[in-house]
Structure formats: C-alpha cells, structure tokens
Design a protein around this ligand. Structure first.
Ligand SMILES: Cc1ncc(COP(=O)(O)O)c(C=O)c1O
Length: 277
C-alpha cells in the first residue's frame, strides 16, 4: 500500500487487550475513540464525509468493536454531519450469529458494504444504503461506472446464498459451532502460555500469541511457525499470514463446518503449538 488518499485519517484500533493509547487494560472505556476523533477534528475542517468501520477488525487482528463503540461513533458522526459506513465484507450473512454484525450494536448504519461471503466464491459485492441517500446521490449526479454491475449470474448466486443462510439458519450454527471452537481455544489457552488472548464473535475468532502474558508483546515468529506447522498437519488455521500481524491466528471456518472437524482442528493446533515451542 502507498500513502492513504489525502483526507483520510485513521482511528486507533480499539483493542482492550493492547490499548492503542496505553490507557485501558482488558476493558475499553472508549477513550481511544474520543482521542481519535479529537485528532481528526484537529486535522480537518470538522466535517469529513463519513467514518468507515469493520464491526470486527479482521486484518487488524480480530478485534471486535467494544460495547458501545459503534453507537458512540454513530452519535459523533451525526454531530459532525458525517455518515457511518459499516464494512461487513467478512462479518455479514451469519458468521457472527446474526445476519449482520451491526445488529448486535443496536445501531443502524447509513451504508453497509458486503462482499466475500455474499458471492459464495463468485466475485460479488453490494453497497446498501437508504432510499433517501440513494435519491440524494442521484440528484447530485454522482455516478459509479464499472463493467460488472448488476450481472445476472453473480446476482442469482447472491440470492441463493442469502436464501441458504436463512433456510439453514447458519447464523444459529455459527453461534453453536463458534461456542465449541471458542471453548476449545480457551482450553488450549489454559495449557499453552503463549496464548495471551482468545477473542472474536461466532465463527470469527482470533488467537493472540505473545512472548509473555505480562508484557503481552506479540510473538509473530511463533505465529508464523504455528501457521506453517498446522498446514503441514492438514489444517488451515489462519485466514492470511499478514506481515506484522503474524502473532494473531485468524480463524474463520465455513459456517457449515462439522463438530468433528472443529475438534480435529483443535487437536492439530494443540500439536502445532507444542511442536513449535
Ligand atoms: C473487511 C474487508 N473489507 C473490504 C475488503 C475488500 O473487498 P473487495 O475485495 O470485495 O473489494 C476486504 C478484502 O480483503 C475486507 O476484508
């Protein structure tokens, strides 16, 4: 990646396990959000167009937004005349136990972005907004052109995906299988000192590997070694190895995963954690 687009600013990642402003420990009181907004206000005329957030930062290390974060961000956006865009490319359509992750925060976003899960493997994405915003964009003559818009085949697949997720109640399955996986990971945490934190929601979980539990310093090389060893033993335990973020195993199995496969995955992870010590 090069530099961000001029005018874009980043809010600190609200990770209570590793507070970005060295203020909280294990419980986020949202000071990082207020501090982040104060910094963006100081660098802007006070009215950027929108805030974009993931309900669970994925490549950011599986960090679920803390309780109250999204609601406060929505309120702060409204104060500034900004819109709230929720990026549900990874979280939507059942993975976190509800159709959309934002439902768990009692907030209605102005935009929701969908991708990945919507196409069930085909390239399909959707930008969802209110009638009023769409009409406003149309009146202003805003235009988005690209070759592949409203393609019938991926659109039919998207419809089938949504129907299947609803018909098979895969959100409920994500809750059930997610609880099983989480319990297994927490059991591993009791026996493996380098597992500093297990976090996430439903079937989107993260395992934070550290040098020691007091300093919580990330152990990226152990994370890479464990990922490699798991692959050798037959399990893909990490969505993507990300430079600088190798210390968090990002685990997001299919919503249809069988209980035995979760148990087998945990067994293999247990072995890999031991082998790589
Ligand atoms: C959270 C999130 N948002 C957006 C994107 C980009 O999605 P797309 O490749 O469909 O543009 C990704 C892809 O990695 C993602 O993980």
């Amino acid at each position: 990646y090069g530099p961000g687009l001029p005018g874009t600013m980043a809010l600190p990642t609200p990770n209570p396990y590793r507070c970005p402003i060295a203020h909280c420990r294990d419980r986020c009181d949202l000071t990082c959000l207020d501090a982040g907004l104060a910094l963006t206000d100081a660098q802007s005329v006070g009215a950027p167009a929108a805030a974009i957030v993931e309900p669970i930062l994925s490549a950011g290390g599986i960090v679920p937004l803390p309780e109250g974060y999204l609601a406060r961000l929505k309120a702060r956006c409204e104060e500034r005349g900004m819109l709230l865009v929720v990026d549900e490319a990874q979280t939507a359509l059942g993975r976190v136990g509800t159709m959309f992750a934002f439902e768990q925060h009692d907030v209605v976003p102005d935009f929701v972005a969908l991708s990945k899960t919507l196409g069930g493997g085909l390239p399909l994405s959707a930008t969802i907004t209110t009638d009023a915003i769409e009409a406003d964009a149309f009146d202003k003559g805003f235009l988005h052109v690209t070759s592949h818009v409203s393609d019938p085949l991926p659109a039919a697949v998207g419809g089938a995906v949504v129907r299947t997720v609803l018909a098979e109640d895969l959100a409920a399955r994500a809750v059930e299988m997610g609880a099983r996986l989480r319990a297994g990971l927490e059991e591993l945490q009791r026996r493996h000192e380098p597992i500093g934190d297990v976090r996430g929601v439903g079937l989107m979980l993260g395992v934070d590997l550290v040098h020691d539990r007091e300093s919580r310093e990330p152990d990226a090389s152990y994370g890479s070694a464990v990922t490699e060893r798991c692959l050798e033993l037959g399990v893909s335990v990490n969505i993507v190895k990300f430079a600088g973020l190798g210390s968090v195993l990002r685990i997001a199995p299919p919503l249809t995963i069988a209980a035995e496969d979760i148990d087998l995955g945990l067994e293999i992870l247990d072995r890999a954690l031991t082998d790589c010590r």
